[in-house]
Design a protein around this ligand. Sequence first.
Ligand code: BGC
Length: 437
Amino acid sequence: MTDIDRRVVLGAVAALASTGPLAAARSSAFPRGFLWGAATAAHQVEGNNINSDLWLIEHLKPSPFVEPSGDACDSWNRHLDDIALVAKLGLTAYRFSIEWARIEPEPGTFSAATLAYYRRLAEACRRHGIAPIITYNHFSLPRWVAARGGWETPEIASLFARYCDRAARALGSLPAYHCTINEANQPLLPYLLRGDKPDRGEEFILGLAAKAVGSDRFGSYASGNRYRARDAMIAAHHAGGDAIRAAVPGAKVGITLALPVLEAAPGGEAMRARAVAETRTVWFDACRHDEFIGVQNYDRKQVGPAGFAPNRTDSMTDDEGSDNWTESLGTAVREAATATGRPVLVTEHGINAIDDARRIKAIDAGVASLARAVASGVPVLGYVHWSLIDNFEWLRGFKPKFGLCAVDRATFARTPKPSAHHLGRIASNNGLKGTIA
Ligand code: BGC
């Protein structure tokens, strides 16, 4: 091959790589220092979170939970090993949540020991060269907050800010990113799409919970009047964020939003527009002054004239039939960045799949679509996979498998799946290049 021939061929390959099938395989899209990580949440992994609202609800008879969280993954005792595992896999970020119910077990009483515990986790991350990404509230609330009405209690913003202040002061400058509330926009979507009607089953359960704590009310994540709770969460995000920034100058604060791709099924345009306005635009407006926005995307959903419509059948699905469209993650980060003008951190992306080969496919598709978004100018700070380990998946218990690592339910031993090493290779390549056989 002459030099000219070589240049022509290389030029053709480069052109194809920027637009064609090779685009996904380029690693150059991701900037230096791009974070590659995995996530967990306290209630889902720590175990014995007995002072939380959810522990109480899990033990009601009847309970909407198929099983209680119990020891979960025993991460309370194994968290340092989990952080070492993240490092061993070659990942550079670990997102975990701190548990309000443990830090402030009674109103105004803060546990210095628990704060020191979480600080040790953040220190361990730093020792391993891992960026700690801390979530202050990942769904569960202290039982005493729930007994006052949860997110609907009028004082929630100031209560949350007081907790954030204490926690941020304990963590200091260790966290790379602070996420105030996890998926605060999520509860309104199904509520709105089923016609804004209160759910009688939910009211019954909350009534039982209220009785159990001797209160006339009980409010948990995704309960009660979702509009009131949403507005309170926005206020709490602002107050909590300001408290964190005041406690830790230079802190990078954001919120994480659930951003499934929403498509209008035939006749669903008006309903979709309303869902976007109420569950996204309001939040995007509220996040415009944050240091980043956390994007969590798993799937694509169809919105018809009367609510959710059947999923499309032309893409990969997870174990429960969710539509894992290959372009979903890239679409979600574009939407968030365009609407807020903020840099995006992918704080969750994953798949519920027993078959780990499908997780690898989902990671590749997600990272490829993310690479295209980054190449087109979307500022993305990192990709954090949900989840590091198979864990307690809320109402559905331990059956769904989102983990990069399996957890033996009797011994709690962690075993990395091929997808864990796959993501580790992506991290060391800073992209997909070389990871596809
Ligand atoms: C939540 C996680 C959950 C995951 C998979 C996300 O909405 O933030 O806590 O485990 O979805 O269900």
